[in-house]
Design a binder for this molecule. Structure first.
Ligand code: ZN
Length: 80
């Protein structure tokens, strides 16, 4: 499994459709919003141990209910 560098979610590189290449390495994303953010500022997400990973939620969308278990969100096919 690869890790989405933007939100930290696990992405299966065999089935991933949203990828980006940066400095010769391929990165995998769980949603188009994550790739977009990565492409904008790759270094921000590649720095180790910044501890500032954002949540996987495209900006401008409605805030999901906080009561949703994380596994339920991950299982959703509609992205994050
Ligand atoms: Zn993501």
């Amino acid at each position: 499994m690869a890790i989405d560098p933007v939100c930290g979610m696990e992405v299966d590189e065999k089935t991933a459709t949203i990828t980006s290449e940066y400095k010769g390495k391929t990165y995998y994303f769980c949603a188009p919003g994550c790739k977009r953010d990565f492409d904008k500022e790759p270094e921000t997400y590649l720095k180790p141990s910044t501890g500032q990973r954002r949540t996987c939620r495209p900006s401008g969308t409605r805030t999901p209910s906080f009561g949703t278990p994380i596994w339920a969100r991950a299982a959703s096919s509609s992205g994050c």
